[in-house]
Design a protein around this ligand. Sequence first.
Ligand code: SF4
Length: 378
Amino acid sequence: MFDSIRIFLPFGLSNNFFTDLAKEENSQDDPAMKLQGLLTWSENQFSDLPWRRNRSLYRTLVSEIMLQQTTVATVRNHFERFLDRFPDLPSLARATEEELTVAWKGLGYYRRARNLKKIAEAIYRDHGGEFPQDRAKLMEIPGIGPYTASALIGIGMDRPALAVDANLERVIARLFTLPFEKGPKLQTDIQRRFDAGEIFATDLSYRSLNEALMDLGRTYCQARKASCELCPLKLECQAFEARVPLKWPATKTALPTTSVAHELHLLRVIVKKNNSVLVYRKKTHEWLAGQFEVPTFILASTDLQLKQYPRLTTDLKPLFSFTTGITKYKIKNSVLVLDEIEFEKLPFTMPSEWRPVAAEDSNFSTATMKALLKLAQS
Ligand code: SF4
């Protein structure tokens, strides 16, 4: 329309002024332009995260599994160290349980480490060491669920897919004021809209898009706090427009809960011989599976069902105590130092072994490390 109109323009403005203006106005309605602002913000802020450098599907897999239940700050401190130890699928597939738990130390939720190794084994064994490119085939691999498959496709392969974790779920629910409670129904609705091309149909990089939405959920668009004024998508966000961003996604009315924190009093027994200490390995279905602990007993617990350790009643006086926590338990750890003969009088039946106290790869649990450290300082 503007091409057919010739007008005298003030000095300095070209005859393309209106055409340019029209383009600019259109660009502000262009979804790609709006998303590009988000992507540029993310790139400027977070491109130095270690898993966003030297990209490979293996690095994406490792980082996504690590990030599923651990903060970015913690993964940042452990990612390269794990990759130094297991630089590729074959090295991870060959890892022993002990090597794996040592390398995973500090990241918590060890089940993920075993899961990661199982995935590596399956890709190495069944797919010649190459990641399948197809979603259905990826999801045939034990340990790869819908989220990890989407992350591998969207982030690892930079192809259309949304890896809908809790951050994306929240951000997208707010951007489009989606009417579902957080959880499976909301995730299904997001997936349906995405598959139908109703949301995030773009030529931009899906890798960058996924990562930018994750960044947004982690920073400005948090569950209990939305810093909308700083948000690169605020002009497009329906929840911001409604002025009540925290209303989305809806949450179930909290039911009275019975899963209150439990108090637990444990006795940790240190038995030393030369530079070694008597320990036992935690079993597969216990807390901290695969790690070594000094013999431990339950002295008292508000959870009468707890079967992690044998129970003990004793008059022996502990040397010192310290507190720790795990899942729903607040733990008082009392530490006793005994010699071998005294220890044999206690009802401890787990197979034990001597392990050097100072070895770097000792794979001791955090509580055992703390007990040994405090003993050394006492
Ligand atoms: S404008 Fe606010 S609610 Fe909307 S995406 Fe940004 S931070 Fe979240």
